[in-house]
Design a protein. Structure first.
Length: 169
């Protein structure tokens, strides 16, 4: 998985999912199971329990990789076990709600972090990895390096966030 450039977190999750699968099998040989057996396992332990669609897909991906690597076998999983992710619109705070949140901050650093997260849509891990050189106040952008999926991206830097960063620094 490392050679295929899977993230450390994905590797950790896949190992855990395959470990759970093997513990349920007990002494049964995974290679003896049919695609239907694997589908029943996913349905029983992930679909009926109510795990999210993306988590169900993660389980399918982990098991497909396990069978491909360990047994040189492609498993066919029922399409119903690979549901499409829901695309929900994010909840947007009103100006009053944002002002109420900002009024709680007495620490300039924490207020700056909130501005970056809220106005730029940054993840906490992205904010904590930022370097001063990642902020381009001339162009009004923040450069995010090695974001989720090991991709770089740029996001707009709001004027208010820039002003708050200047107050903090």
């Amino acid at each position: 998985m490392i050679r295929r450039r899977y993230s450390p977190r994905t590797i950790e999750v896949y190992i855990s999912l395959v470990g759970s699968y093997l513990s349920v099998l007990k002494s049964r040989n995974p290679d003896d199971l049919t695609d239907e057996d694997i589908g029943r396992y996913i349905t029983k332990f992930y679909v009926k329990v109510g795990h999210s669609r993306s988590y169900q897909n993660q389980v399918v991906n982990a098991l497909k990789l396990f069978y491909r690597v360990e047994f040189n076998r492609e498993i066919g999983v029922d399409v119903s076990l690979r549901p499409k992710r829901e695309h929900k619109l994010p909840n947007v705070l009103s100006q009053r709600e944002v002002q109420a949140i900002l009024s709680y901050f007495t620490n300039s650093k924490h207020k700056s972090i909130f501005y970056l997260i809220y106005s730029g849509g940054l993840r906490i891990s992205e904010v904590t990895s930022l370097k001063l050189t990642d902020i381009d106040s001339t162009r009004g952008v923040i450069r995010i390096r090695a974001s989720k999926g090991a991709k770089d991206r740029e996001v707009p830097l709001s004027q208010k966030a820039l002003e708050q960063l200047r107050l903090y620094s």
